[in-house]
Structures are given as structure tokens and as C-alpha cells.
Design a binder for this molecule. Sequence first.
Ligand code: SAM
Ligand code: DTB
Ligand code: SF4
Length: 359
Amino acid sequence: MKVNPNYNTKETLLALYNKPLLELVFEAATIHRQYHNPREVQMSSLISIKTGGCSEDCGYCPQAARYNTGLEAHKLMTVDSVVEQAKNAKANGSSRLCMGAAWREVRDNKDFDTVVEMVQAVNNMDMEVCCTLGMLTEEQAQRLKNAGLFAYNHNLDSSKEFYKDIISTREYEDRLNTIENARKAGITVCSGGIIGMGEAVEDRVGLLLSYMEMETPPDSIPINALVAIEGTPLEQQKPIEQWELIRMVATTRIAFPESVVRLSAGRTKMSMEAQALCFFAGAGSIFAGDKLLTTPNPEFNEDKEMFDILGLVSKEAFADGEKPVSHPDPIIEAKKAKAVAREKELEEASFQPRKVTIE
Ligand code: SAM
Ligand code: DTB
Ligand code: SF4
């Protein structure tokens, strides 16, 4: 993944972001056409596999247990219900499925075994599987990779400086380590940010600079507009101007020509015209389906209509990388073997002829 050498300092990126809007969009569209097919936009669907009750204090998040957001918490979904929802997403044109869990970090327990099974099942459906499960060790990343995970989403959200104002329960460095762990396991990295949290333009550019400092910048960069949720510390934030979102998409596109820029949360507040400018400026993906993780998103039908009007087509799975192979998971296989052995033991015990003593 390349960075644009013409815009790799704070000053040059700031000047780019603040360029006359149409100049900026034109420059972004030009670069987009050199590296990507401008007619293709990937539809990716989200499933909240484990909702709410999170121990972190991310100031924007409806799923943090400490905020009174009225969200109903749910334990981990079953593999079958994930497959059911994935089928529906695929039938509606999605080629990627992102499973999100309201966890601070992944723990090596039964729930993680179930997530591994979900990854295997969705990869077998020929969809790109992405997970966003919080912090991850290298071993856990390796296990997900072995199951067939295509991408791991872990957002830096904003600049290192602004991050502290939004989250106090973990460090920027923790996020960087998880991204590094996913990368080491050979999983593609999806990492981006949120605008509209009260940050300065310098912080938006600061986020991009953090990605430039990486040995390999993210394969995809989601740009979210804050969905201000009642009960969170950011509930009073005014909706971001659509122009700002267009500028952020365009600047990201120019700064990272090879990465996929994902127009993510916030589309319910955008006009079709503003979204069209984002696609023109290089957005190569949207979240599709009437729900993001917990908040509303445009319906599949609305997006189909928009694609028709704009002449866009949905991008096939694995256009930007090979389909991973799902290998059997040693922990799950051992569990299965143990269950089979136990079953056999019980069966044998019940067929044991009773000893009858004849006097
Ligand atoms: N718990 C995991 C984590 O934090 O990495 C995964 C789930 S978390 C909900 C995934 C991402 O959703 C966050 O990093 C954040 O960027 C985005 N997000 C959460 N709430 C949001 C909101 N209200 N508006 C916009 N984006 C939001
Ligand atoms: C990302 O950058 N945005 C998505 C996905 N990655 C996981 C999540 C958006 C969540 C918006 C708030 C919600 O629906 O809970
Ligand atoms: Fe929300 Fe993820 Fe933060 Fe938990 S770690 S509060 S789920 S953003």
C-alpha cells in the first residue's frame, strides 16, 4: 500500500484538505481513476454479533455500558443466525461481511471459538469476512487468519492528540499494536476514523499522518461521520457539514492512492448528491443494509436506486486480494473429538450387559 509522496507532511495535507472544494475533488477523482475502477463500489454489510455492555469509555459509542443510551445488550449470536443474515446480505449485493463485537479485547474462551466458526462459515460463502472485535494478540490474529479472515477492522478514530479527549480506558499505542498483530498474521487491515467529534482539521490530518507512519498503511480506510447518540458524552455534537465529509474522503483518497476509502457511518444524513461527490472523489465502498451495528443506515433498495442513477456497480468479492483458505481450527477440532469420544463412552456404558449372579 502506497502513500502519496507529495502529501506526507502536516502542512501539505492541511493545504490539500483546505483546497477549493472542486479542485480537491477533481484531484481526488483523477487519482482514483489511475488506481481503481471508478464505476465499482463495494457493498459491505455489518452484523453486530455481540451488542452492548462494553467496558470501554469511547465517548461516541452507544455500546459502552457506562452510558445510558437505552440500547439493549445481547450476548453472542449463534453461527446459524449469522449465516442467515450473511445470506440475506449476499442476496442483496454485499460482497463483504463485517462482524462487530462490543468487546474491549478478544479473550481465549468459548465465545472466541464461536467467532472462529462464524469466520469459517462466512468465508465458505465466498464473501470477504472482516471482524472488529477490539484488541487482539498475534496468536488470536493467527487463529482468525487460519479460519479464513480477510480483514480486521480496528480504527484509530482520530489524531493521537485528540484521542485522549474521547477515550481514556486504552492508549493509542494499544490500537497500533493490534493493527500490527493483524498485519503480522497476514490479514488485510481496515482502519480509519470518525469526523464530527469536535476535533480540529489538524486532527483529521493527524489521523492520516498516523497511517503514513506505518510500515504498511491500511488496505482500507473507513471514514465515519459521528452518529451523535443520546446518553453519550458526544450527544450534543452538531451534525458534520457534508462538505467536510467530502473533503475528508477526497484527502484520504489522494494521500493513500491504493487503499479503499470506505464511506461509512453517517449516510442517513447525506443527500444523494453529496454521496455522489464522495464516490467521484474516490469512495470505493459503503455499508449496505438498514442497520450499521446499532444505528440506522439506508435500506438496500435506496442504495440500489442510487447505484442505478449514478451508474455504479457493486464490486465482487476478492477483487483486491485472494480468497483466504479456511483451515480446520485445532481447538475446535479437539473439542469435537472430545465430544465424540464422550458420546461413544456413554453409548458403550449404556450397552454394558448387567452382571447377573446365579446362585
Ligand atoms: N469494540 C470494537 C472496537 O472498538 O474496535 C469493535 C466495535 S466498534 C463499535 C467499531 C467502530 O465503530 C469504532 O472504532 C468507531 O470508529 C465506530 N463507531 C462507534 N460508534 C460510532 C458512532 N456513534 N458514530 C460513528 N462511528 C462509530
Ligand atoms: C467502521 O469504521 N464503521 C463501522 C464499522 N467500521 C465497524 C461501524 C459504525 C458504527 C456506527 C454506530 C453504530 O451503528 O453502532
Ligand atoms: Fe464501543 Fe468498541 Fe469502544 Fe466498546 S471498545 S465502547 S464497542 S467503540
